[in-house]
Design a protein around this ligand. Structure first.
Ligand SMILES: [Zn+2]
Length: 184
């Protein structure tokens, strides 16, 4: 864990045994008090990154493995579900929720590119280039939400090592004919 000057905090799972967290301590301890929202974010990010580490889908992958867009999106969805399940906070529930209408028009377009390799600055993941902010994360949460609805025994821990193929099968999301799958 490192101090940094930028706003808030950021984290990245470099490898399965290496989680990098940066935090602005001045904001974290403001006027002698811990900032509650930043503390919530810190706990949340630790759980989230731990899920990535256990999945073994980190910045550095074993030889002959690559970052594939759909696997990245699913990993984010599972990590978020795991973190929110482990740590309840009103602030997180509000900041991590998404509006389906914001992403619905992008889902079948995503279906056409989802097996592509991820690029370093991928707007399918982070948004930008007219796409909604953090688009891939929202699609990931949507996919996992669909699994939860269809599988009463769903648990983001049990699925930690599941392949994207298996996750998509469980979710029954049809990227090219979304109406059937739209949330109620
Ligand atoms: Zn993540």
């Amino acid at each position: 864990m490192y101090a940094w000057e930028k706003d808030g905090l950021a984290a990245f799972t470099q490898a399965k045994d290496w989680i990098d967290i940066k935090i602005n301590y001045q904001q974290f301890f403001y006027k002698g008090k811990i900032d509650k929202n930043l503390l919530d974010q810190l706990v949340y990010i630790i759980y989230h990154e731990m899920h990535h580490a256990c999945r073994g889908y980190a910045g550095i992958l074993p030889k002959n493995k690559e970052h594939i867009l759909i696997n990245s999106v699913i990993s984010e969805g599972l990590a978020d579900y795991f973190a929110l399940e482990q740590y309840h906070s009103k602030f997180l529930t509000e900041t991590k929720s998404f509006d389906f209408s914001e992403i619905s028009q992008w889902i079948n377009k995503f279906g056409k590119v989802m097996w592509n390799k991820e690029s370093a600055d991928d707007s399918w993941l982070y948004g930008g280039r007219e796409k909604p902010k953090m688009l891939g994360y929202k699609i990931g949460r949507y996919i996992v939400q669909q699994i939860e609805e269809k599988n009463p025994k769903f648990n983001p821990v049990n699925l930690v090592k599941s392949t994207p193929e298996k996750i998509l099968e469980l979710s029954e999301v049809n990227f090219f004919n979304l109406n059937k799958n739209s949330p109620k």
